[in-house]
Structures are given as structure tokens and as C-alpha cells.
Design a protein around this ligand. Sequence first.
Ligand SMILES: C[S@@+](CC[C@H](N)C(=O)[O-])C[C@H]1O[C@@H](n2cnc3c(N)ncnc32)[C@H](O)[C@@H]1O
Length: 294
Amino acid sequence: MKADSGPTPPATIGQALEIAQTHLSTLPDGTPRLEAEVLLAHILGTPRTHLIAWPDKRLSTRQQASFQALIRRRLQGEPLAYLTGQREFWSLPLMVTPATLIPRPETERLVERALELIPKDARREIVDLGTGSGAIAAAIATERPLSNIIATDVDSASLAVASANFLRLGLSNVTCRPGEWCTALPDQHHFDLILSNPPYVAEGDPHLQQDGLPWEPVAALTGGADGLRDICNIIRQAPAHLKPGGWLLLEHGFEQGSAVRNLLTLQGFQEARTLQDLAHRDRLSEGRMGAVGN
Ligand SMILES: C[S@@+](CC[C@H](N)C(=O)[O-])C[C@H]1O[C@@H](n2cnc3c(N)ncnc32)[C@H](O)[C@@H]1O
């Protein structure tokens, strides 16, 4: 799409989608029609069904220019979620900004496992370390309304987005606290479950240059030379903040399962094990504090 092609006469919804789809089909692994519809619906402030119902409706000059500007940004590789400012996680509509990691579907595995450990009718004390947009905390707070969740992040811009998401979703059982990993937690308070999707990609990993990752905050992605720096810190700090029998759950890369299990065991966690995702790849590891007397 040329940036200097000058004003074009307004197209209909159907024509604008056709042109955008053709341009977007040059992106690798894309879903050009869907993306074109999502972006146009975002510009028009309507549901996607409106586009299908009114293909002959003409766009205004301003709407057309805004749509073309978004298509250009998408063609440069900018993730769709940053263009619309939204991403769905656990069926919850979340605001995202370039300050926050875009929540990934694979992180729903961490939520599923956490929910297995929290009975529906129980009042548990839970922590989501490095909450980003608040995705994990929001999912658990929605599913377990009797439990209290603390959501932390070292990045104040991320925490502001998370806080706005909790407010918009009407979640009064989540509290935000700024700070580095467990140092953000209140003194002398012990939790039933601490979970985190920390940064775990190794610095210099070629994946950081692919799939829209260059647009995401590097501090949300990289965990030192081997990717394990933040996981190590959390495993070292968590025992002082867990109740006897409390759980630590960590998402990690699919080649980090045995390293994370070893770190948990070395730190004295019991029942250390790794769980897989739907593609049978190591996705998260967990460990449990011994009960008193163990
Ligand atoms: C991989 S992102 C996960 C975001 C969110 N939990 C999710 O799953 O979509 C890691 C998050 O950890 C935060 N973070 C990075 N270093 C941190 C630290 N030292 N202490 C606390 N949070 C940190 C980042 O700001 C980022 O929001």
C-alpha cells in the first residue's frame, strides 16, 4: 500500500475489505480477511457483523484514511492487538498497549492449572507476579470470585493498564501492587498460590525478531542469557511468601521444563513436576511447600 498515493475516492465497505485483504495476504501466517474485518470494525466502532450486513455502505474520507493507516502499520508487522488496543484472553476483552505483553492463548494452560488447585467455594489468597495487562489475575478473579488476588508488576505503565482492565471488568477482588517480584508483596503475609508467566526467552534468541515480538516490551520477554534469570529469582523468593502446602506455578519455554523442575527441587519445593500444553510441549512447572513438620 503506497503512503504517497494521494487522496483516493471513498470506497464501499466491501471494496475496502477486498483491497485490504489483498495487501494483508502478503504477510506470513496471516488471516487476511479476518484481520481486515477486525481493523475496519475497529475504525467504524461496530461489530464485524455490521460489515457483512452493509457491504455497499460507503466509508467517509476520514474512515478510509484511518483504515489505510492501520493497514500500513499492520503491513510493517505491528501486531493486530496493538492496532486495536484489545485482545481477548479467557473470553475476557482486555485492553493492551505497547507497554504490555499481548496475552497468549498458551497462558490459559497456567490459568486452567491454577483453577484445579483453587476450589470454587474456597477463599484463597493468590498472587499473579508480573501481571502485564492483568490477563491471568483477571481470569482467576472471574472464575474464583471468593478469592483475593494480588497482581504485581515492576512496570508502572503495565500496572496502570491491568488496573484499568480490572475496573472495566468489575473485578473488586484484585489489588495491584508495584515492585520487583516478591518484594512487591506485603510483609508477613502468606499466600496459598503464587503464579507467574515471567520473561523467559534467552537474550539474543532469534525468535525475538519474529512474529511481532520486536513490537513488544523487551523487559516482558527476556530473562537473561539463558532465559532463566527471573524464574530463578521467583523460585528463590517465593517460599518466604507461601503458606505451608502452598503452590508455586510458573510458565516457561518448552525446553526449560527440566531446568525449572531442578530449581524447584533444589529450593526445597515438593511435588515438583512439569505440565504440557495441548501440543504436548512442556509449558509450566509447579512445586508445593511442605506442610508444617515436613
Ligand atoms: C511475559 S510478561 C507476562 C505478562 C502477563 N502476565 C501475561 O501472561 O500476559 C512478564 C511480565 O513481567 C513483568 N516483569 C519483568 N521483570 C519484572 C520484575 N523484575 N518484577 C516484576 N515484574 C516484572 C513485565 O513487566 C511483564 O509484564
